[in-house]
Design a protein around this ligand. Structure first.
Ligand code: AMP
Ligand code: ZN
Length: 148
C-alpha cells in the first residue's frame, strides 16, 4: 500500500480499489446505492451475501478524519434489512476494522455486513476463509436483485 493511498481525506484516491469501484472503473456486484454510500458483494464472502458498505468519498477508516460511520449509518441499516429479507438470513454481523493492527486490508473505510445462517452459528464461525466459486457469488447476486 503506497503512502498516498493512505491519505485520510481526499474525495477520491486514484490508486484506491474501492474508489475505483465507487466510480465504476472496477467491476463489482453492486446491490445498493444512495447519496453517501454504495454496497457490493465481498469477493471472498465468509457467508452467503457478505456485503461491504463503503462511503462514496475516500476516507481511510472509521476513526480518521470527518466521521464516516454516522454518514453511512442509514445505508448500513438499509442493506442489513434488505439482506435479511431477500436471503432469508437468520442473523447478521456488522463490523468495521480500523487500521492494519485491527486487520484492515483495504484502506478505504468499509463496513462488513455478514448475513448468518442457522447451520453455521456463532462468532467462532464468522470468518470463513474458504474460496467462493464465482458461480456462487453470481447466484446470490441474482437472488438479491430478484427481490427488488
Ligand atoms: P478488511 O480486511 O476489513 O480491509 O476487508 C477488505 C475486504 O475487501 C475483504 O473481505 C476482501 O475480500 C474484500 N475485497 C477486496 N477487494 C475486493 C473487490 N475488488 N471486490 C469486492 N470485495 C473486495
Ligand atoms: Zn478510496
Amino acid at each position: 500500500m503506497s503512502k498516498s493511498n493512505r491519505r485520510s481525506e481526499t474525495p477520491v484516491e486514484p490508486e484506491c480499489i474501492f474508489c475505483k469501484i465507487v466510480a465504476g472503473d472496477l467491476p463489482s456486484r453492486r446491490i445498493y446505492e444512495d447519496d453517501h454510500a454504495i454496497a457490493f458483494l465481498d469477493i471472498a464472502a465468509w457467508h452467503r451475501g457478505h456485503t461491504l458498505v463503503v462511503p462514496k468519498r475516500h476516507v481511510t477508516d472509521m476513526i480518521t478524519g470527518t466521521p464516516s460511520l454516522p454518514e453511512i449509518a442509514s445505508s448500513i441499516d438499509a442493506v442489513a434489512r434488505m439482506l435479511m429479507h431477500r436471503l432469508a438470513a437468520d442473523g447478521m454481523n456488522i463490523f468495521s476494522s480500523a487500521r492494519d493492527i485491527a486487520g484492515q486490508e483495504v484502506f478505504h473505510m468499509h463496513v462488513h455486513v455478514v448475513p448468518r445462517y442457522a447451520d453455521e452459528p456463532g462468532l467462532d464461525l464468522l470468518i470463513n476463509r474458504g474460496v467462493v466459486p464465482d458461480g456462487e457469488l453470481e447466484s446470490v447476486y441474482r437472488q438479491i436483485q430478484a427481490g427488488a
